[in-house]
Each structure stands twice: as structure tokens, then as C-alpha cells.
Design a protein around this ligand. Sequence first.
Ligand code: FAD
Length: 620
Amino acid sequence: MDYDVIVVGGGHAGIEASLASARMGKKTLLITMLVEQIGAASCNPAVGGLAKGHLVRELDAIGGEMGLCTDVAGIQFRILNASKGAAVQGSRAQIDMDKYREYMRKVCHNTPNLSVYQDEVSSLLVKNGNEVYGVKTKLTEEFTSKKVIITTGTFMRGLIHIGENRYEAGRAWELPSSTLSIQLKELGLNVGRLKTGTPSRIDANSIDFSVMDMHGGDINPSPFSFRTDKSKFSPTQFPCYITYTNLETHEKISSNFYRAPLFTGQIEGLGPRYCPSIEDKVNRFAERDRHQLFLEPQTAMCTEYYINGLSTSLPIDVQKDMIHSIAGLENAKVVRYGYAIEYDYVDPTELKHTLETKKIKNLYNAGQINATTGYEEAAAQGLMAGINAALAIDEKEPFILRRDEAYIGVLIDDLVTKGTNEPYRMFTSRAEYRLLLREENADLRLSQYGHNFGLIDDITIAKVENKRKVIDEALEFMANEWVTSKKETLELLEAIGEERINDKVLLIDLIGRNSIDAAKFDKLVPNYAFVDDYLKEQIIIEAKYYRYIQKQQKQIEKMKKMLKATIPENFSFKGLAGLSNEVIEKLERHRPPTLFNASLISGITPAALDIIHLNINIKQ
Ligand code: FAD
């Protein structure tokens, strides 16, 4: 074999897959169309956001690259939902897109075991009808490998729409991947069509920022990566600006609905529900008199701004008109017009939890090809596919994260068991155990795995272990320490502005009050006042969630026990109240021997498992 692993595509998924595989000692080849575009951000110049920030932190904790790159290329850092609970906060950074690409390209070129080659993979080399053993490229090169990971993003049979105009492309002005998905279909995979879109970019010199609200970064920005030294982190930050559409904009859009590819039937694929185009928003929310827009710098040069919220595939004359109707953009010059793109994806229920396809051996899919949208979702899958391909070569146990361990576990489980017919993006609401799955504890949850795979070094893991030790000791201390309503305690509470206590309370419940901050913590738990601010913040968060976490952990234990339950051979799923006919049909067809096996079938939700479990117990 020429290589252990071949990765097709140098986008966000492909980068993480290649780096993970190479760093795990596997001879890896990354084949991508334009090496300059390794790590290109096709759409918004930003990484993270609600739930997406979780994915980046988890990926980072396991040893992925996205967080480190964002810390280097970031030009504005914010914690979203900072005033809400830690579980629903999300880190977000504006990035310098050029710097991001430069960094990722450099890392790919300089990672031992990893080779980079520019070409288009036109087909897979397949033997015995369903075993992949390499790839063939457009320049007719053939490379053999033990595993192939496809991460082609929006490129497979990509078709760009701008008004009545259509042209084949993978992304604006880049060639599409025209043959690969045809072969995937011939090999028996269920291939579908989706769409996504992007707004125009405008020349900074033509924008009147004076009429817009400025939107800056955090005063004390936090890095994305657990491996970036927080004490030395002081990036130069650039502002974004806020403006709004208005009734005139909406009129210009709606009077041209008849020319909008989205409505004329020209676009067949479904688009991302939570990132709709402006024509879709104006159509669906006709009662709204304005929509908020963010102007985001594309790079630190601030020559071009991305208009977040104005994604569109309307004809260019309409795009120009609608932009000019917006406050501050009256004289805006467009550098690049917005467009929509339709592309082929592979139904993710074709995949195992390892991201290997069920029907074709040695073939893994990761990223937008699996019907997701977003750099973070793509990168997380890439990392998991890279790790699993490397583990499979060594005949080791696969790496599957459970839903209670990580958002990455939720993402992959949702995709491979439920599937999706529209672009899937991550939300905190998708995670049942979100109180456990916080951004700030991703290293505690996951870094040990990364260390086991050789992706996290000894120094980093030692820091994580120390952090865990201090937090656990502090929690144990507080969970066993009674605070009584003696005179000194009441005086102390009054002095720090805290409500009195009656009789006695456990210290952990006192620290769990929402009003407790680091200064109050120091007074109430003086024996832990010595720990650094970052760690202290974590102890306080853990104390706040202590009771809920205990409850969730009990539920998880219950679920783990439940999944072990065997399903009797003669058990009939037919007629079970609460299960849809589709679910019953699947269960009857697969006849899973245990609830765990049932949980791996696409469409079988935790609620369905509960119903089966209950009925097994009743019928036994
Ligand atoms: P990509 O980043 O697309 O990378 C694919 C890579 O594979 C490219 O480098 C390409 O050259 C290479 N490649 C493809 N085929 C081959 C082949 N046959 N041989 C060799 N190399 C190949 N995400 C959001 O979250 N919100 C949005 O609003 C949003 N809008 C978008 C709008 C547009 C127009 C586009 C194009 C994307 C948008 N995205 C959006 C999606 C986001 O860009 C992707 O989710 C993310 O980049 C997917 O990462 P990926 O690694 O799967 O693929």
C-alpha cells in the first residue's frame, strides 16, 4: 500500500482527519484541489458560537487543531450568553481568513507522516464490489491505501445559483468534484441534494460606519484552545458593525421573488433552516419591518466586510439595490456577490458511529458530505474519522463518544441514527446532558482520550489531571462542610452582601448560589483562595451545578444499565404504544438482541428505547 490513510479534501474536516491520522503514526496523504485553499472559510469569517464553540473546545481537548488556529488567526473574541449559565455560553471568534488558511496550510505541510498533494480525486479504487483500497485522480494518478476518508464539503456536483445564472463549481470560482458522488451512488450509497448560501462581501472604503453601532470583542478575551497560555493571550481585536434591513429593502426583495432561484424551482435541495437567506426571511416573516445585519471584517486588513444576515442568491442587480437601501451601505461597492450552492451529500445513516460507511469497507465520510453545515461540525467529524481510521488499521477498539460525554457524541449519534434531510447544525438543545457538557470542562471530559491516542502531550495531560484533582478536592471539601448560623457566619454573610442562612447548610449549596463570585468564594472558602482565577471560576461553576450534575449522572447510570437489557428473541415490537410504524418496522427487521443494539439503529431515539425497556419488563 502507498499510504495508510488517504484524505480527500483539505477543508475543515479534511485537515483534522489528516492531522489526527498522521499524528497517530499513520502514513497519510491529503489530496485537495487547491493547496492555497486548505482551511478556507467558505462563508462567514468566524469560528464558534453557541454549541459550535463547545464542538471546538471538545475537538481541542482531544488534540484537534481548530482551536489553536483560531487563537492565532482570531481578530475578535467574545463569549456569547456571558450573562447566562456556563452550560449555554459559547465562545466565538472573528477570524482573519487569510491568516487562518496560512496557519492550517503550514501545519499540514509540516506535520510528520503527512503529505499534501493537489489534484481532484475522481474515483475510488474498489475491489470485491465493496472494499475501497485507494483513489484515482483527475491527473490519472492512482494511490493505494488501507483507508480513505472523504471530506468534499459542498464540492460534489456543486451548482452555483445567482439569479437566473447557474454554473458548476465547488465554491465561488473553484472547480466542482463532478464524478465522485456518481460513483458513490453506484456503489449503493444513498446520495441526496442540499443547498446553502452566502452573502455579498463589500469594500470597506465604501461603507459609512458612522451610522452603525459598533460591536467589539470582550475586554478580557479568552482563547479557544486549552493549550494557549491565557496569561499571554492579548490579540489585537477589530470591531464588527450592526445595521438593519428596512421596508424598502424588503420591498426590493419581495418584488423580485419571481426571479429568486429559491422560489422559482431552480433550486431543489433544502437549505439550512437556521441560517436562511434574506429572501426566505422576508417571505416567511413578512410582518417584520427589519432584520439585523452584522458587518464582519474578513481579515485584519479590513478591506472587505461580510454582511452576516444577508445570504442570498437573488440576481446581482437586486443584490446591489437591496444593499444600497440599507443604512450605511448607500454607496457600498460589492467585491463579491452572494450566491447559493447545491451539492450532493451522502445520507449519514449510511454510516457507523465510527463514520465508516456500512456498505463500503474502509471508506469514511466526514464534514458537509454528511449533511452538516458549519466549519465546527465538519472539523469535529474529521477528527473522529481520522482517529477511527487510524485505530482500525491497528485493529484497536473504535473511538465512539457517548451522548453524555460530548457534543461530538451527540452530533455523530444524531447523524448516524436519526439522519437528516436538511443541513444539520449543532444546538445546545440537542444535548440531553448539557449541564455536564460545558465548554470549560471539555478538557476534563476528553483530554485523556487524546492523550491515549498520542494527540495530547504529557505536559498538557498533567495540567488537566492537576485541574481535576484540585476541583474534585474542593468539591469534596465543600460537600462535607456544614456552615451553621453562628454569629460570625451571619456577620460574614452580611459583610459580603449575601442572604442569611437558617440553621445550617452545606458549604457547596452556599457556594452554589447564583450571587457567589470569586471574591465571595475567597471569604467563604479561604482554604481554596490560593487557586488561580481560572480554576476558581471552574470550582464555582461545578458547585453551582453540583446538585443537577448528580441528578444527571444518576440518569446516565440508569441509561447505561438499561442499554445492557436483552430483548427476548420472541419479543414483538408490533403495537407498542408510542412507537411509530416506521420505528416498529425497523425494529422488526433488525431484531436487535439488546437495547444497546437497538440504540444503534437509525431513528431509534432515547424515548423509543424507554418504551421498549418498559415493555420488556412488563412482558417478562
Ligand atoms: P469544505 O470546507 O467545503 O472543504 C472541502 C474541501 O475538499 C475543499 O478544499 C475542496 O477543494 C476539497 N475537495 C472537494 N472535492 C474534492 C475532490 N474530489 N478531490 C480533492 N479535493 C476535493 N456554514 C455555516 O455554518 N453557515 C453558513 O451559513 C454557511 N454557508 C455556506 C455558504 C456557502 C456558499 C458555502 C460554500 C458553505 C457554507 N457553509 C456554511 C458551510 C461551511 O463552509 C462548511 O460547512 C464547511 O466548510 C464544511 O467543511 P468541509 O471540510 O466538510 O468542506
